[in-house]
Design a binder for this molecule. Structure first.
Ligand SMILES: NC(=O)c1ccc[n+]([C@@H]2O[C@H](COP(=O)([O-])OP(=O)(O)OC[C@H]3O[C@@H](n4cnc5c(N)ncnc54)[C@H](OP(=O)(O)O)[C@@H]3O)[C@@H](O)[C@H]2O)c1
Length: 230
């Protein structure tokens, strides 16, 4: 019998949605969140099974506690939300940077703070960073910054929440994810020793490994096809 549900913050699109489909297919009770309540409810209906949708904006952290009031108990918590900016130091967009920094570096820990007393004894948490922390791309100034911050966050959370396990996953560019679907990717493909970009399926499998393997804790898992070697 399950000790809690699967909560996927940023579960209405991309990797978060793929994970929700996987867990719903296993018969688990799943909560997916996005910014808009109607969209979150519609995505939950599309996913089916025991999936519910709710809205929470991680860039407005004062409201996170209220938004998640009805959630729990929680066995798997995945925080994958992102509201990307395209930013450069030469033309620094303060408003966009402020939203993304707040979302990942204040919003992510505030979600964990809110749910901490509702985590099952065998709960596990995965936070999404990204390879941009090590390998910047054009416009990734804020993305690289916040994904670096996620590494520090998992270390302190793994200590503070023990024995609950907390890990970070850092995908390379995911070729079949909605964000990159309509963008030129040839230059990135040449940087991966496997000769292609990683897939959403591979990121789902790696996330489930981190959630389920009892020995994984406080780590940064790079899933990038070997891109880091170059
Ligand atoms: N895709 C990649 O190639 C890639 C590579 C490396 C790392 N990553 C990381 O993987 C994670 C998932 O990426 P993805 O490309 O799959 O994402 P995505 O398709 O862009 O989906 C983003 C999710 O975050 C939600 N969201 C957006 N703004 C939000 C806000 N202010 N507050 C709360 N939720 C918000 C969206 O919900 P609504 O739109 O419904 O509001 C959606 O569910 C991210 O953390 C990203 O940094 C992705």
């Amino acid at each position: 019998m399950d000790s809690g549900s699967v909560v996927i913050v940023g579960g209405t699109s991309g990797i978060g949605r793929e994970l929700a489909v996987e867990f719903a297919g296993r018969g688990r009770s799943v909560v997916v969140t996005g910014r808009d309540p109607d969209r979150a409810a519609a995505v939950a209906r599309e996913i089916g099974g025991a999936t519910t949708g709710l809205s929470v904006d991680l860039a407005e952290p004062d409201a996170i506690g209220r938004a998640l009031a009805g959630v729990g108990p929680v066995r798997e918590l995945v925080i994958a939300a992102i509201e990307r900016d395209v930013n450069h130091i030469a033309s620094y967009d303060l408003d966009r940077a402020r939203r993304l920094v707040t979302l990942k570096l204040v919003g992510y820990p505030e979600v964990v703070h809110t749910l901490r007393d509702r985590l099952a004894a065998d709960a596990s948490i995965v936070l999404f960073g990204g390879l941009a922390k090590e390998r910047p791309y054009d416009g990734s100034t804020t993305v690289s910054t916040v994904n670096g911050g996620v590494s520090g966050l998992v270390r302190t959370l793994a200590c503070e929440l023990a024995p609950v396990r907390v890990n970070a996953i850092h995908p390379g560019i995911i070729g079949d994810s909605p964000y990159w679907m309509d963008k030129p990717l040839e230059a990135f493909v040449g940087r991966t020793p496997i000769g292609r970009l990683v897939t959403m399926r591979e990121i789902v499998e790696a996330t489930i490994f981190l959630l389920e393997c009892g020995g994984m804790n406080g780590t940064d898992l790079f899933v990038d096809g070997g891109w880091l070697l170059r």
